[in-house]
Design a protein around this ligand. Structure first.
Ligand code: UT7
Length: 336
């Protein structure tokens, strides 16, 4: 390799549980309908792990990691840092990255968990790029993985949130590059904690003593709750804004982008983002119809599908963009 100028994704892998949960299946658990879910969200089905199977985000992450290693042509022993982005870890603590390290039988390498919810993969890829540019690590395994199904309220009370989420993991191997035409170009990251309680799980939470009470349980405070309309409004504002910020910083136009890979929270959000960015249909990719919102996994899942569909070619300028709980949002430009 000539002089290292940055980082690039060498391989992508995904893990999707076998169990398919259709909108019709959900309608047997709560008052909802295929018609409502498709019209409001675009989602037709999602995958959930089998109840009681003991499969956690770390297990899906490991499966995805082996596939990413295969595509990258990298041996697992070469990995020198694991970054795991999730809001549904196996345990409150420790994080999933050390669990992945042990399940993969790796040496005691550096392991880092990050939160950042739906923006977790964009933040994680930015951290990976920065570590590689700093010369700290050379083969980074970045995983975005979620098992939401274990934590959702499957009664009518939770229907606004529960119908949205699916389980999955996506992984990438990030390594150094000397090719200016195939690299991570830039990232623009933001957060606004004023929206923190608009999409959250309140308990367990150490602002309360005890952090989880019988009353909390009875009130369902361990289930995610969302101010859907407010989150929606912020998503459709922040995502176009942060794409334009990236373009401006790099002296690029929207027409320079080959494909936008947006976080998959709601197809209506992405249609609005597409309209505000003035993007033709062939420059944006969605797959929420099949997977629902898999939070930190949506973008690697999209990458994998777009690659399989021949929608991504070497050197293509891609724009990743996400918005989610926190609030957090960000965009990342890369030349594939
Ligand atoms: O990934 C992180 C970011 N997350 C997001 O960006 C999600 C953003 N928000 C959304 O996608 C939308 O707000 C939702 C899909 C969650 C909800 O769609 P909406 O068009 O904002 O519906 P709504 O919450 O205003 O609810 C409309 C009606 C209500 O009934 P009433 O009060 O009008 O009688 C709800 O009770 O739809 C009802 N409803 C449902 N009905 C059937 C809510 N959820 C459901 C459901 N099935 N699953």
């Amino acid at each position: 390799m000539g002089q290292m100028i940055g980082s690039r994704i060498w391989g992508v892998g995904t893990a999707i549980p076998d169990r398919v949960v259709t909108n019709h299946d959900l309608a047997t658990m709560m008052e909802t309908s295929d018609e409502w879910i498709v019209e409001r969200t675009g989602i037709r089905e999602r995958h959930w792990v089998e109840d009681g199977s003991g499969v956690g985000a770390s297990d899906l992450g490991v499966q995805a990691a082996y596939k990413a290693l295969d595509m990258a042509g990298v041996k697992k022993e070469e990995i020198d840092l694991i970054i795991f982005a999730t809001l549904s870890p196996d345990h409150d603590f420790p994080g999933c990255a050390p669990i992945v390290q042990t399940k993969m039988g790796l040496a005691p390498i550096a392991c880092l968990d990050i939160r950042q919810q739906c923006t977790g993969f964009v933040y994680g890829l930015s951290v990976a790029d920065a570590f590689i540019k700093a010369g700290a690590y050379k083969r980074i395994l970045l995983i975005g993985g979620e098992v939401h199904s274990a934590g959702l309220d499957r009664t009518t009370k939770g229907r606004d949130v529960t119908v949205l989420f699916g389980d999955a993991a996506g992984a990438v191997i990030v390594g150094p590059t000397d090719d200016p035409e195939r690299r991570i170009v830039s990232y623009h990251l933001h957060a606004d904690g004023a929206g923190a309680l608009d999409l959250c799980v309140e308990r367990p939470g150490c602002v309360a003593t005890p952090r989880f009470s019988r009353q909390d349980f009875e009130e369902g405070k361990h289930f995610p709750k969302m101010n859907g309309k407010k989150v929606f409004r912020n998503a459709v504002t922040r995502m176009p804004e942060v794409v334009f910020e990236a373009l401006l910083a790099n002296g690029l136009n929207i027409s320079d982008i080959k494909l936008v890979l947006p976080h998959q929270a709601n197809l209506r959000i992405n249609e609005k983002v597409q309209q505000l960015l003035g993007l033709p249909d062939d420059k944006i990719f969605n797959n929420i119809q099949k997977f629902g919102n898999t939070t930190a996994a949506t973008i690697p899942l999209l990458m994998s599908d777009a690659l399989a569909a021949g929608r991504i070619q070497p050197k293509d300028l891609l724009c990743l963009v996400a918005f989610g709980a926190g609030y957090t949002w960000g965009s990342l430009l890369l030349r594939w």
